[in-house]
Design a protein around this ligand. Structure first.
Ligand code: ZN
Ligand code: ZN
Length: 387
């Protein structure tokens, strides 16, 4: 490419010129240098230059690409539509322009960009997700589970090349294996070549004359797949685990995708859990609470004896160290928190009633004696008075 003048300079406008200013400048100059009017030797040359500059600067996308990358940004190989078509199927990266598109691309996108420009490049397969239901205890102690699902695998008949056994994919006759072809476009500037994905092989560079009967040429087939999942002790509801290579088969011999296993943990009727901490509500009769007692408290690790001191109030908390769930990091357990709930006795028998009146009296308390619960009292109990 010959050294080109700056488009703004060609039109004689400032870099930040408005669309109107650009249009005005173009009208004036194109009249001045129109070959039908201007018979100077370089008029046609100049007229072309002006038209080209206007074509780029009057199109917001092309102008943006030009502002960012200069003349390279307007090269037809640079994605025909300018900035808007980055990552499109055809266009750039074909090597025709030779201005180092990759370099620009990487400096602009920080190197992490997807280079989907080359359809022949190996690509990793899709990731999959699978939910595993766990019992409350399975999540705490860990468990091994076989999970089964269907996934795209490399076709076992053709080993992924898509060709019938005994045959081989051939080099594409149209693009000779490059995966892209040159296409001529008619543009206001004349004929322009650009590179596009080959329409015969869709960019793979290969042609399959005799497709594999199993995968019909795709190289993949859906197959049931079983994975043994070691659920670590201490997982929680909603947590997930990544199993490398257990997703779907890659493209162009790319690696398999990953499998994300999501744990759905069932709730317990007895315990609540928050991370490694387990919570338990201990029902105590007021007698036990008043006198103190030794009680077997259930934990996920088995019953534990808990000494409740005399005078324990409802809401009192006790901590059973190490009786919680395992922590995922490190090999210690959380605790079990025990919260006391004092249960007021109901449906007392005669002896109990007498004892309680005596108890009150012994403490100098007067309790107005209630008569034996009658018909209405019993009805009340039957309807929702259960607690
Ligand atoms: Zn196959
Ligand atoms: Zn081709």
């Amino acid at each position: 490419m010959a050294t080109k003048r700056d488009y703004y300079e060609v039109l004689g406008v400032q870099k930040g010129a408005s669309d109107d200013e650009i249009k005005k400048a173009y009208r004036k100059l194109s009249k001045q240098y129109h070959p039908d009017i201007n018979k100077e030797a370089d008029a046609e040359e100049k007229f072309k230059e002006i038209s080209e500059a206007y074509e780029i600067l009057s199109d917001p996308q092309k102008r943006a690409a030009y502002d960012q990358y200069g003349h390279a940004g307007t090269d037809p190989n640079f994605g025909a539509g300018g900035a808007g078509s980055f990552g499109g199927a055809g266009g750039f990266g074909g090597g025709a322009g030779g201005f180092g598109f990759e370099d620009i691309f990487e400096s602009f996108f920080g190197g992490g960009g997807s280079r989907q420009a080359d359809p022949k490049a190996p690509r990793q397969g899709a990731d999959l997700q699978y939910s595993i239901n766990l019992e409350f205890e399975e999540a705490i102690f860990g468990v091994e589970k076989d999970i089964k699902y269907n996934r795209e695998e490399t076709c076992h008949t053709c080993n992924g090349n898509g060709a019938k056994p005994g045959t081989q994919p051939e080099v594409c006759h149209k693009c000779h294996g490059s995966g892209s072809i040159n296409v001529e476009h008619q543009t206001p500037l004349g004929r322009v070549m650009s590179r596009q994905t080959c329409d015969v092989c869709h960019g793979t560079g290969k042609e399959i004359k005799d497709p594999c009967p199993t995968c019909h040429g795709s190289g993949h087939e859906k197959r049931p797949h079983t994975v043994k999942v070691k659920v670590p002790a201490g997982v929680e509801d909603g947590q997930q685990m990544r199993l490398a290579d257990q997703g779907e088969a890659g493209v162009n011999s790319g690696p398999y995708g990953d499998l994300y296993v999501v744990f759905k943990v069932k709730q317990s009727d007895i315990f609540d859990r928050d991370g490694a901490e387990i919570y338990y509500t201990l029902p105590l009769s007021f007698v036990q609470a008043a006198l103190g007692d030794e009680i077997n408290v259930p934990t996920v690790h088995g019953d534990v004896k808990l000494k409740v001191p005399a005078g324990t109030q409802t809401g009192a908390k006790f901590r059973l160290r190490g009786k919680g769930a395992p922590r995922l990091r490190g090999n210690t357990n959380g605790d079990q928190q025990v919260t006391v709930k004092i249960i007021t006795p109901k449906n007392l028998n005669e002896k109990q009633r007498e004892a309680l009146y005596a108890f009150a009296e012994a403490g100098g308390q007067t309790v107005t004696e209630q008569k034996e619960e009658g018909f209405f009292g019993k009805m009340k109990d039957a309807f929702g008075g259960k607690k």
